[in-house]
Design a protein around this ligand. Sequence first.
Ligand code: NAD
Length: 475
Amino acid sequence: MKHYVNGVFETSGTAFPLISPVDGRQMGTVPEAPREVVDAAVAAARGALAGPWGAASTEERCAYLRRIADGIEARFDEFVDAEVADTGKPRNLAATVDVPRAIANFRAYADLSYGRPERAHHTRVPGWSGTGEALNYTVRRPLGVVAVISPWNLPLLLLTWKVAPALAAGNAVVAKPSEETPSTATLLAEVIHDVRLPPGAFNLIHGHGAGAAGEFLTSHPGVDAIAFTGESATGSAIMRAAADHVTPVSFELGGKNPALVFADADLDEAVEGTVRSSFTHSGQICLCTERVYVQREIFAEFTRRLAARARELKDYGPMISAGHRDKVLSYYRLAVEEGATVLAGGGAPSFGDERDGGFYVEPTVVTGLPETARTVREEVFGPICHVAPFDDESEAIRLANDSPYGLAATLWTGDLSRAHRVAPRIEAGIVWVNCWNLRDLRTPFGGVKASGIGREGGEYSLDFFSEPVNVCVKF
Ligand code: NAD
């Protein structure tokens, strides 16, 4: 692993080990960026804005984005291998979601930005000051140096989801991937180097968060905006650091996402959909369902079938680290202490092969907890869901909304009127009806309450990564 600063790869800083979540073995080392490397990256980004990158037209920037997408595609298998090695996720997931979405992120923002119209406002009435008429038009200017900080669960997908629109809008980027999954970010830097993006337009630094590279970056006076995905508690810490320089933030944070299953739903689809939404990537996706509310008439049948399917799951990946495995298992124990009935899983599996040195936990279904239980309120970020009954629509909405989080929700119903009635009343940024994680990259993506600030996706990201400047020309 190397830092990439001002177009040069380098390895300053002490090295820390990169551990495989599959078998617990050390795979390599990662350099920890000291403050000087972070300073150099921010200075390089500032320099790029004053050079050819700052002078590049939108069309030229879009051409770079397309070349980066092509460059990832040309090394597709290497990216898949690296993502699988770092995260332990099933190969199929990395090959059908993570890497294709990274390519799509660059292409989508090239498409969206190319020829994006500026907004004009023809004001033909006297201005407030009564001094005449004017034509107002609004141009968008990049924010400047943008810090991008990303988590370990979808390392390349979430990094490129920010880097692509930031570059499309004309910013220079300093990115820090999670210390636990640095590999695909390093490959991305190689691709960016190979397409000859002007030096400093994209910089990559490795290292930890609090008291280290992450914090050096988010508290840096030379950073003009921070785009962060990760835990809500980290978001709070970054917000405090950003406050000193009034740095704008875009936050995609944690979730405790509900699924509402109504008695009129297609039961097969609702069960399979909930298996996917609770257990994909072993529950380590911010959009995963951890609270399932089922209408009482079908509660027993739904719960029995969901638990049976959870017990059948075999091809699942590990938790990202020993620490995260221990955290998830501590919630499994807490659920029992809080009075849960465990219908599936509840512990660590035994495979009888090298995976027993890795960080696996069983897909778990529990029931019987009060809404006040910590297991029902706190984000576990593992393959566990709690299933509880409800009687009517208003109770379902109340239960869904009774959470400090508000990222995503899923409704399962055969009644379209009900879907339209309920969806807008859910306190979440995204509500899926009879599906989960079906994504159009132009739609707003983000959460309310402790789940985030702002929206990503399409125009929303381009708006965050640029500043509107109104030009008023007097007639
Ligand atoms: P995390 O908050 O521990 O770390 C995320 C990143 O922040 C890492 O790069 C880390 O090094 C850095 N960091 C940590 N402390 C920092 C600090 N004080 N200053 C600056 N940087 C710091 O999150 P994680 O464990 O990597 O990821 C899992 C979390 O991310 C879950 O809560 C999950 O819900 C959330 N998530 C949210 C979304 C979303 O779109 N809303 C998507 C994926 C993950």
